[in-house]
Ligand binder design. Structure first.
Ligand code: CA
Ligand code: CA
Ligand code: CA
Ligand code: CA
Length: 255
């Protein structure tokens, strides 16, 4: 083979590799202490850790339906596109600089937290996370059902093959409502590249739950994504607030 033929052959080989992508991955986080796993450069693990170690979630999208599956993404736009709750504390836009970063072996990741909620027992506690697609967009209020028009695609769980993650809302595995049941570390390079290329600063996180099989349907209650909320307010600051309120009452009475 001459040089040109070798180069052409290599290109075809590389192209074929990109098309077939990684093999389908199933990350099973349904048992206590389950090891996490990678999918397409991201890492998914169990636990309430979060960047602050508290696992408390500051939510930006809540999905809630009575259907066996659900999907949607965060936005300020109303009505939202799919299964999202339309109240602003639960579903709203976020900017990339509001997402915590973590470094593992000198590699930068953006950290997202997921709280799932399913009934305990009667084989209802499991739910699948079937897809995650993240886009960087130029506005925070898109409501399109054409996901590709949200912006630049910076992460895709199903890139190259159909992967999913198994989660458990049952006692012992679930961390409770408002706390992270799963930590997602998504590779930062595509996010930062997209911003550099002018995609905009708004992060759209689309996800889909409940379609990996009858054992993994959504049975009840909401799923929500967020970022680390940090520690709960200190009792000391609540105490100071109470003292302040008392003082205000005292002044009012003296008048
Ligand atoms: Ca279920
Ligand atoms: Ca999938
Ligand atoms: Ca939960
Ligand atoms: Ca649910």
């Amino acid at each position: 083979m001459n040089g040109i033929k070798v180069a052409a052959f290599s290109l075809v080989f590389i192209f074929a590799g990109i098309i077939t992508g990684a093999e389908a991955s199933i990350v099973d986080l349904s048992t206590v202490g389950a090891a996490g796993g990678p999918v397409n450069g991201a890492y998914f693990s169990q636990g309430v850790s979060g960047a602050s170690g508290t696992g408390r979630i500051n939510a930006f999208v809540r999905l809630n339906t009575n259907n066996s599956w659900e999907h949607g993404y965060n936005t300020d736009g109303r009505p939202p596109a799919y299964s999202e709750v339309d109240t602003s504390p639960h579903t709203h836009s976020i900017l990339l600089n509001q997402v915590p970063t973590v470094y593992k072996s000198s590699v930068k990741y953006y950290e997202f937290l997921l709280d799932i909620n399913e009934p305990n027992g009667k084989s209802k506690e499991l739910i699948s996370l079937d897809d995650i697609k993240v886009y960087m967009g130029s506005s925070g209020s898109f409501t399109t059902t054409t996901l590709s028009s949200l912006g630049a695609l910076v992460y895709d769980l199903d890139f190259g093959s159909d992967s999913y993650i198994i989660l458990n809302g049952g006692t012992g595995v679930d961390a409770g409502s408002g706390k992270a049941d799963m930590v997602a570390h998504l590779p930062a390079v595509p996010f930062d590249d997209a911003v550099r290329k002018g995609s905009g600063q708004y992060v759209y996180l689309y996800s889909k739950f409940g379609t990996a099989g009858s054992a993994y349907i959504n049975d009840a209650s909401f799923e929500e994504w967020g970022v680390d909320a940090g520690p709960a307010p200190e009792p000391a600051s609540l105490f100071l607030f109470s003292i302040g309120a008392l003082g205000f009452g005292f002044l009012k009475r003296r008048r």
